[in-house]
Design a binder for this molecule. Structure first.
Ligand SMILES: Nc1ncnc2c1ncn2[C@@H]1O[C@H](COP(=O)(O)OP(=O)(O)OP(=O)(O)O)[C@@H](O)[C@H]1O
Ligand SMILES: [Mg+2]
Length: 485
């Protein structure tokens, strides 16, 4: 099949055309057949009734061989029934003919024979004058319209319970047939007009149906070339509109994903580039100044070392995030005590706090065990305390608390540092987001800590929120469901 006809549009059009065409043809042929049958039945009934009356009338004349009365009656009958009336004797020989032509001839028409031999009262048949072929009356239009069609009606003439002769009426049915053929021609004409109209409406309908699909295909083509901003018009109603809406929301999501992927890649490369350039400068200095003092050389090497540590930390953070994005991050839940984990992590950070004369205050309500991923929660606690210490001035106070609220365990980390401005607060969980970029980088921050924290907590089915008052400090509150192992 050519490509043109394999499209939905053509299929719809063809289906439309076939449904209308077939139903019209069935309807038209049933109608003409019914009408044909009806017309013939009427005609047969009228001819038969007339002829039988005449048979009764002429019976005594025939029996008494009253030729004058007979021939007068036959020509009257011919006039009255607008046809040719013949009187045949019991041998089938023509005795009288209202056209005065066939006297003395024997007519062995089936209609005559059936009346004379099988004793039927009357018979009827329609024939072609040219070929003598008989029509089957239940489908008169099967026959050639140019033939001259005549009907033969017969009625037996009975006198004293004996068949003494036959009356034969030959009349033309050409007019009836031609009326039927005209009807058929008209129906064909109407069919052509209806078919054209059906094709036109079908074309319009199929266009309406396929237009959204064509639009969608176009937009999918654009998207596959990387244009995620393309959208399909959400017109019309019903399934196709739903399809367009669903498609648009999918493309919106893809666009957002594409944007955040681009941002992620450019931020990540930027973050990796900074320590690499620092290392390059340091290493070049070491190469081009072989006479460098040992003290300075050691300082340079230790700077290079800390840049390498920073790179490793960034790469490991990035890997964690990528894993979480790809839904590859799995929790290894075990029975843990969050209070104990906080105590342990705080204890590890104690020396660092002491260096800056910061105080870590712990309020731990040993609220029972929970099922969670120990090493990931340790990372959460570490990141939150690390932030609190990093962004709080020397001598500051960092308060940690673990409490139980219903089916949740609440961890809160607060500090009395400078706090976070309300406008920045909603963004602190975004990737690579740092409020004071220079300061944060000095303290080794990449802006990934809190987004990792949030990923881990979400994966545990918990929530995290931040509150802060400028100048007074910030508080991060984590709620984790206990989760029965
Ligand atoms: N306790 C806090 N007080 C004030 N600002 C904070 C506090 N915690 C986080 N912030 C701000 O939110 C930003 C994002 O924190 P996040 O932990 O995600 O990144 P980071 O600490 O800069 O880097 P990283 O944690 O990856 O080393 C920080 O840069 C800082 O500006
Ligand atoms: Mg941090």
């Amino acid at each position: 099949m050519p490509k043109l006809f394999s499209s939905i549009r053509w299929k719809v059009l063809l289906a439309f055309f076939l449904i209308i065409g077939i139903s019209f043809l069935v309807m038209a042929s049933t109608l003409t057949n019914m009408l044909g049958r009806y017309l013939f039945e009427q005609r047969i009934r009228a001819d038969r009734a007339g002829l039988e009356n005449w048979a009764v009338e002429v019976a005594p004349f025939l029996y008494n061989a009253d030729v004058d009365s007979l021939s007068a009656a036959i020509s009257r009958a011919g006039n009255e029934m607008s046809g040719r009336v013949l009187l045949l004797d019991s041998d089938g020989k023509v005795q009288l003919d209202s056209f005065r032509e066939a006297h003395g001839r024997r007519l062995a028409y089936p209609e005559v024979v059936s009346v004379l031999l099988s004793g039927q009262m009357a018979d009827y048949g329609v024939h072609s004058l040219k070929t003598g072929k008989t029509i089957e009356l239940n489908n008169p239009l099967r026959y050639n319209s140019r033939d001259e069609w005549v009907s033969y009606s017969t009625a037996s003439i009975i006198y004293s319970s004996k068949v003494v002769g036959v009356l034969l009426l030959v009349s033309s049915v050409g007019e009836m047939m031609s009326n039927l053929y005209t009807l058929q021609d008209n129906l064909i004409l109407i069919f052509v007009i209806v078919a054209l109209a059906a094709l036109m409406t079908g074309a319009v309908f199929s266009r309406i149906i396929t237009k959204p699909i064509v639009n969608l295909t176009g937009v999918i083509g654009l998207m596959s070339k990387g244009d995620f901003a393309a959208r399909v018009p959400e017109t019309g109603s019903g399934e196709l509109k739903h399809l367009a809406t669903a498609f648009n929301s999918m493309s919106e999501r893809l666009q957002t994903l594409d944007q955040s992927r681009n941002e992620f890649v450019s931020n990540a490369s930027h973050e990796l580039k900074t320590p690499l350039s620092t290392m390059k400068i340091l290493i070049e200095s070491l190469i081009y100044q072989p006479e460098m003092e040992t003290e300075l050389r050691t300082e340079f090497l230790s700077d290079i070392n800390s840049e390498i540590n920073r790179l490793a930390a960034i790469v490991s953070d990035l890997l964690t995030l990528v894993q979480a994005d790809a839904h590859n991050m799995r929790l290894e839940r075990e029975k843990i005590s969050l209070a104990a984990l906080v105590k342990e992590t705080a204890h590890r950070l104690e020396p660092l706090a002491a260096q800056r004369m910061q105080r870590l205050s712990l309020t731990l309500d040993d609220s029972g065990d929970m099922y969670a991923d120990k090493s990931k929660l340790r990372q959460v606690i570490y990141n939150l305390i690390d932030n609190a210490m990093k962004y709080t001035q020397d001598g500051g106070l960092i308060s940690l608390s673990v409490t139980r609220e219903g089916r949740d365990i609440i961890l809160s980390v607060s500090d009395n540092g400078p706090g976070i401005k309300a406008e920045n607060l909603p963004h602190v969980f975004d990737r690579f987001y740092r409020i004071d970029k220079a300061r944060s980088r000095d303290s080794g921050g990449t802006g990934l800590g809190l987004s990792i924290v949030r990923q881990i907590i979400t994966l545990h089915g918990g929530t995290i929120k931040a509150t802060s008052e400028e100048g007074k400090g910030s508080t991060f509150i984590v709620a984790l469901p206990i989760h029965k192992g």
